[in-house]
Design a protein around this ligand. Structure first.
Ligand code: PLP
Length: 356
């Protein structure tokens, strides 16, 4: 039996995906080889990569100027690769500081140009999304983290800006309807909402590239990956295959719009319990609450360990909060069933009554 997996990432995958992948590990599409054994330059794998790319274009309804890449290195590599490719040495990029992950992006960008921190919620331990910020019109781009995995905050409305918009969507990609064409570059590690660890989705407008004068190492130049169709070197075959299967599943469910409805239902159920249960309290400001990562604490921290143990007995795993926020964090990614949230809510109710 599967447990109720609320881990923040890597996290839950649809059962259909796991089942199909387990078969492919033994014999991929009747080839007599495992998916781990096939050559990446075979028509068999090319078909997987093409489908994974096309599904992203379709599910995000991307304009033709976008290239879809599946790269190595995690979202963390993108913190460096974006300014390396886009930001001139004497140029300025604006970043909104909404926590640990945006800070890591800021730190890398500073190695390549000037960084203007246009807004920050640091003073309140990142419990909200900054509402007041001004972006210099001279900025090469504005970078945001659409969902802040650690603090449980999420941009509900994308910022209006005249400069190109770049987003780290690692923890909410394809979890809601968005106008993805508002962006110049979007990136996301696949391991939360669209696959397994090992590949990173990068969507970039071709017209934004080739403008910096610095020399870019071959493997880090987006243009080389575009020219080579994400096969500049051996791609992470298995991880891309899992993404393709997950995207197929996502399409069958009705795409991002259907995910949004489901994710709102799941998050609504849990936030409702947090708001009415006297034992628990949400940490993020209500208007910025994330539908992906729900962070909450107890007014009696001495009961935390006991609650975690109780959850474990109920097959609820992965809800210990990040050390920077404490308490609990339940991650409700696309593949997490509504029933898992019901089980968690029941556990909260029962535990609270027992302790009353
Ligand atoms: N950005 C966000 C918002 C994240 O949540 C994470 C990881 O949890 C990362 C970036 C880092 O991703 P990776 O481990 O793929 O480098």
């Amino acid at each position: 039996m599967k447990v109720h997996n609320f881990n923040a990432g890597p996290s839950i995958l649809p059962n259909e995906v796991l089942y199909k992948a387990s078969k492919a590990l033994i014999d991929f599409e009747g080839s007599g080889m495992s998916i781990l054994e096939i050559g990446h330059r075979t028509p068999l794998f090319q078909a997987v990569l093409d489908e994974a790319r096309d599904l992203v274009k379709e599910l995000m309804q991307l304009e033709d100027d976008f290239e879809v890449l599946y790269l190595h290195g995690g979202a963390t590599t993108q913190f460096m690769q974006i300014p390396l490719n886009l930001l001139e040495n004497d140029g300025t990029a604006s970043y909104i500081d909404t926590g640990v992950w945006s800070n890591k992006a800021i730190k890398e960008a500073k190695q390549y140009g000037f960084v203007d921190v246009a807004g920050s919620s640091k003073d309140s331990n990142y419990n909200h999304i900054p509402k007041q910020f001004s972006v210099s019109p001279k900025s090469t781009y504005l970078h945001i983290t659409t969902n802040n995995t650690i603090y449980g905050t999420q941009w509900q409305k994308m910022p209006e800006t005249d400069v190109p918009l770049i987003a780290d969507m690692s923890s909410d990609i394809l979890s809601r309807s968005l106008d993805f064409n508002k962006f110049t570059l979007i990136y996301a590690g696949a391991q939360k909402n669209m696959g397994a660890a090992g590949t990173t989705l990068v969507i970039v407008r071709k017209s934004a590239l080739g403008k910096v004068t610095r020399k870019i190492p071959t493997i880090l130049d987006y243009r080389n990956h575009i020219e080579n169709g994400s096969m500049l070197n051996t791609p992470p075959v298995f991880a891309i295959y899992i993404s393709m299967l997950t995207l197929r599943w996502l399409k069958e469910q009705g795409g991002a719009a259907a995910m949004e409805i489901e994710n709102e239902k799941k998050a609504g159920l849990l936030y409702n319990e947090i708001d009415q249960n006297p034992l628990f309290r949400g940490t993020a400001q209500k208007e910025d609450r994330s539908r992906m990562n729900v962070s909450f604490i107890m007014d009696k921290p001495e009961l935390e360990e006991e609650f975690l143990k109780f959850c474990k007995k109920e097959d609820i795993v992965g809800i210990k909060g990040h050390r920077l926020v404490g308490g609990f964090r339940a991650s409700l990614y696309n593949a997490l069933p509504y029933e898992s949230v019901e089980v968690l809510v029941e556990a909260m109710k029962y535990f609270s009554l027992k302790k009353a």
